[in-house]
Design a protein around this ligand. Structure first.
Ligand SMILES: Nc1nc2c(c(=O)[nH]1)N[C@H]1C(S)=C(S)[C@@H](COP(=O)(O)OP(=O)(O)OC[C@H]3O[C@@H](n4cnc5c(=O)[nH]c(N)nc54)[C@H](O)[C@@H]3O)O[C@H]1N2
Ligand SMILES: Nc1nc2c(c(=O)[nH]1)N[C@H]1C(S)=C(S)[C@@H](COP(=O)(O)OP(=O)(O)OC[C@H]3O[C@@H](n4cnc5c(=O)[nH]c(N)nc54)[C@H](O)[C@@H]3O)O[C@H]1N2
Ligand code: SF4
Ligand SMILES: [Mo]
Length: 719
């Protein structure tokens, strides 16, 4: 364990010790936390006990917060590039100097392309009001989030059916009798509350059907595991629906009242028999029939989890859609033990936070990525990042000259780094605002070090949910280096832009002043927020009674055939696209996460690095043997002939024969991050050609369609 780790001193009253409520920053779940500070040092972090579902729990990564804080391997002042992009030549700069540099380049950009030539992407989530306001105050529509390579397909699928996004469909695992997970690796790719609810429900007898071409830890906990062919879940779902309709085990009353498009559905699944799907998925027709009987017995306390990406291929939108349709057929929408739609403060009779974005004039320009215009099927609120990069690269529909990557590392998060580089090379200005040297930061013109989540306060967060709340991240300690909180950074840039920006939008002297603005009219005070860290706006989870249930779709019903999709020329349920059989040395490259690491950001963490597993390549024995590959052998993996690397083979029957699997988040290249640099292989670099290969309906990158070739490492071959 790192010497930077503080001992467990929580709970012992001592002079000079205090606790502060915050939100964990070790992944984007942002669990509520309580931080104990002694003599200006963080000595303990645990879950905020005021959040009942969370209790004092943290995950391993949350436990890596203190080592992150006391690690010196992070940018300590603003840095301005002195050599070519990516060469790692920097000079330290004062904040004045760095911000002036940025503003000069922003002016150049505005001169060349207008204000719409400025763009920013971030990690989405409850603080997005700040960055949206920043971009809007500069006069640009080009705010985007990370989601094109995360859950966009599931998000746009939920919008088309239920009229709300992915995050507004929540799951009552505690009261559920049977959950169906499509590659949703709920105990490893985890959120603390959800993982706790899942394990508690399993202990109480919940069944879990888990579908994944490889057996993750969730597969080991499941009551049924189906090793489906990669990217074939849509065929499976069409057949499940076929069988549900045939066995007439759907909730006729719910469907009649709340669902439209049943004839369209019957037509779409008419030939999708259990036998038909078997040839595509490898799942036996008999097992599928038995499953349908079982799930119908447990309905409506069943959840078909629409996943986060399921997986990431050109039909994953339809996987999510059919999954959400199955919930509707089971009548498990807006019931205990099923899917509960998130409530806003207004839905529960409270007043929401005042929006910062209301302080800047609306921007009327179309987005550069075409979300909501050229691609009406995509939610314009957060755009589609690959199409922003496309605009950067081509100038179509217009040029983009300045780009902020804020709490976002596109070189790691987006497929095909080479293609992203091409887009970035067209920029006049690339700024990374981060707490570490991300791969993107290393390529940037300016790195602005944000104060860490323990060293800063954020704007208040409003969280919709069955029980909506406001939550706070307060500052626990002073920044250890010359870093600043985001609200200060964005305010300062706007101020410096003079008449070219609406600086008044973020013109607050202190964070308390900003919080006061947000809380105006809500009846909640900053003092209350500080006392609890989280303030619930309803006494308990709110389930809308059936006689009041209405969906936010054009028809007010769950739209199996969506009016909006029809207008956009997108079929609501397309025919299943059969998958090519992969043989010889060709495999689908699958990837995923491990419980102790967050994406590419934590391999350099002094503590988490010690818990990081060795990155290996899962490969099935029936495919390894003919290639001359034995367990533990080094193999060469090649993506599109453009990038190849060496990795150790793990020969195991727990991966589908047509796929190989590796962990994401390895293969970092930054010499100043010594624990991660050069360790393992970057799966995103193997995803050659996938930046602009996406699901037209949902928008997400088709990353799990990556085909790699594998061969044994030549004896005495070069590394
Ligand atoms: N520890 C940890 N937890 C995290 C994160 C983290 O970085 N670390 N990140 C968070 C984030 S941002 C997210 S989006 C979630 C992601 O949560 P998940 O979506 O559950 O996470 P992944 O690890 O990406 O899981 C992908 C799984 O999908 C499987 N898979 C691949 N192709 C297919 C397919 O065609 N069909 C099916 N059914 N399965 C397939 C893979 O084999 C893999 O096991 O995790 C969150 N939680
Ligand atoms: N090949 C492949 N690609 C993937 C995935 C995969 O499994 N395989 N997973 C996908 C998924 S699900 C997602 S969500 C994305 C995630 O992609 P990203 O959103 O880019 O990843 P994160 O690791 O969450 O964090 C992004 C950056 O935020 C920085 N950061 C952390 N805390 C702070 C902070 O307090 N302030 C600031 N300013 N910066 C901070 C981190 O250091 C990191 O550089 O990647 C996606 N891309
Ligand atoms: S899931 Fe873990 S790392 Fe993520 S916010 Fe919660 S405690 Fe932190
Ligand atoms: Mo994600």
């Amino acid at each position: 364990m790192s010497s930077a780790m503080a001992p467990n001193v929580r709970g012992v009253a001592a002079p000079g010790r205090r606790t502060v409520f915050g939100m964990c920053g070790m992944c984007a779940t942002r669990c509520p936390i309580e931080v104990t500070v002694e003599d200006g040092r963080v000595v303990w972090v645990q879950g905020n006990p005021n959040d009942k579902a969370m209790g004092s729990s943290l995950c391993a990564r949350g436990g890596g917060g203190i080592p992150m804080e006391y690690d010196d391997e992070r940018p300590q002042t603003p840095l301005i590039r002195t050599g070519p992009r990516g060469a790692g030549q920097w000079r330290r700069a004062s904040w004045d100097e760095a911000l002036d540099y940025i503003c000069d380049k922003l002016r150049e950009t505005i001169e060349a392309y207008g204000p719409r030539g400025i763009a920013l992407s971030d990690r989405g989530g409850p603080f997005a009001d700040l960055v949206k306001t920043f971009i809007q105050a500069l006069g640009s529509p080009n705010y985007g989030d990370h989601d094109a390579s995360c859950g966009r397909n599931a998000h746009n699928a939920a919008r088309s059916l239920y009229g709300v996004g992915r995050a507004a469909v929540t799951f009552d695992l505690k009261n559920c009798k049977h959950i169906v997970l499509y590659g949703r690796n709920i105990v490893e790719s985890l959120k603390v509350k959800e993982a706790k609810d899942f394990t508690a429900a399993m202990a109480k007898g919940m069944k879990c059907t888990y579908i994944d071409p490889r057996a993750s830890i969730t597969a080991c906990k499941a009551t049924r595991y189906w090793q489906a062919r990669p990217n074939s879940d849509y065929a499976l779902n069409l057949a499940i629906i076929h069988e549900v309709l045939k066995q007439e085990v759907y909730d006729k009353d719910f469907v009649e009242k709340f669902v439209s498009g049943m004839d369209y559905l019957r037509e779409a699944v008419k030939d999708a028999t259990p036998e038909w799907q078997e040839q595509h998925t490898g799942i036996s027709a008999g097992e599928l029939r038995a499953f349908v009987k079982e799930i119908a017995t447990d309905a409506p306390n069943v959840i078909f989890h629409p996943g986060w990406m399921v997986a990431r291929h050109k039909q994953s939108f339809y996987v999510s859609r059919t999954t959400l349709i199955l919930n509707a057929l089971m009548g498990s929408v807006e019931v205990k033990g099923g899917c509960i739609l998130a409530k806003t403060p207004e839905d529960v009779g409270a007043k929401g936070l005042k929006k910062l974005a209301d302080r800047a004039p609306k921007v009327k320009e179309p987005r550069a990525d075409g979300a909501g215009t050229k691609y009406p099927q995509w939610d314009p609120a957060a755009g589609m990042l690959h199409q922003l990069f496309h605009a950067m690269e081509t100038g179509d529909p217009y040029g983009v000259g300045a780009y902020f990557a804020y709490r976002h590392d596109p070189f790691t998060a987006m497929p095909d780094r080479g293609a992203v580089e091409h887009a970035f090379d067209k920029l006049k200005l690339l700024v990374a605002i981060d707490v570490r040297y991300s791969e993107t930061a290393w390529y940037a013109d300016v790195i602005l070090p944000e104060a860490t989540y323990l060293e800063r306060a954020n704007i208040l967060a409003q969280n919709a949910g069955p029980r909506p709340n406001f939550s706070m991240r307060d500052q626990a300690i002073a920044p250890r280096y010359d870093s600043r909180p985001a609200w200060w950074i964005f305010r300062e840039i706007l101020r410096r832009m003079g008449p070219l920006a609406h600086a008044e939008a973020l013109d607050f002297e202190t964070i308390e002043e900003l919080w006061d603005y947000q809380l105006e009219g809500t009846g909640v005070t900053v003092a209350q927020m500080r006392e609890h860290g989280i303030v619930s706006l309803a006494p308990a989870a709110v389930i809308t009674p059936r006689d009041k249930l209405k969906f936010k779709t054009p028809s007010g019903k769950i739209e199996i055939e969506s009016e909006n999709l029809k207008k956009a020329g997108i079929p609501s349920l397309a025919p299943y696209q059969p998958r090519e059989a992969l043989t010889g040395d060709r495999f689908n490259l699958l990837f995923g996460k491990v419980a102790t690491l967050t994406h590419g950001q934590s391999l350099n963490n002094p503590l988490l690095n010690e818990f990081a597993p060795e990155q290996v390549l899962w490969i099935h024995p029936s495919r390894a043997k003919p290639l001359g590959i034995a367990d533990g052998d080094e193999v060469e993996i090649n993506g599109g002939g453009k990038y190849s690397a060496f990795i150790k083979a793990k020969v195991t029957p727990w991966i589908h024969p047509e796929a190989v699997f590796m962990l994401h988040g390895f293969g970092a290249t930054i010499p100043l991050a010594t624990r991660a640099c050069g360790v393992g292989v970057a799966d995103q670099r193997l995803q050659h050609g996938k930046l602009y290969d996406f699901d037209l309906a949902g928008g997400g990158n088709a990353m799990t369609e990556t085909i790699v070739t594998i061969k044994p490492k030549a004896k005495g071959g070069a590394k």
